[in-house]
Design a protein around this ligand. Sequence first.
Ligand code: 6GU
Length: 245
Amino acid sequence: MRIDIVSLFPDFVAQLAGHGVVGRALERGLLSLHGWNPRDYAEGSYRRVDDRPFGGGPGMVMLVDPLRACLAAARAADPAPARVSYLSPQGQRLTQARVRELAARERLILLCGRYEGIDERLVAAEVDEELSIGDYVLSGGELAAAVVIDAVARLQEGALNDAESAAQDSFGADAGDGPLLLDCPHYTRPVEHALGVVPSVLLSGNHAAIARWRRQQALGRTWLRRPDLIDRQALSAADRALLDA
Ligand code: 6GU
């Protein structure tokens, strides 16, 4: 998958590439990241990318033309067509279902705004979807883009190690089908500690019992902490039985 990021902060892309699952996905050739700076497409010696808002008020609004030229260059860098996703608090909330849909695309163009926003005419003409990562305000789209990139990178086939992938299947937090559940508790050595003992089922060697316990913990935690994530009617009969047990 190819991801193009349009941002006034080119260092941001380099930061992402150096670490963790995203870094590994890049190394393995599962993902490529390309940064595009609208300032490189701005005219004049000042290379102006923003101006004061009509109607007054604080802050600056990003100009249409540098962004339009920058987006055109990003699009043209690869023959595959790409939708433009604008990261903004006005967007639809990002969910794991949406992440799965984004991860399946061949290309993404992520548009990061700064300051008070982007001239609405650019948004209307060039943006295919607006995405928000939650109901709070960030000073720019870059952190939101990083969230999208991380979430999408780890779903690329081969991005995770075996152990990480295993945690994703049937009883994991993101089974891929069914509800997104909160994770179950995890323990490591020592078995006995002043702060408590490890649940005995995890030491039993009974893999079916362990899987059942983890699924039950995940369901129970989700039910208690994030009831909005579970539609009881949509659970499998097996999950309902675990939740009721
Ligand atoms: Cl995508 N951008 C900004 N600036 N703020 C946000 C956001 C995005 N999602 C939540 N808050």
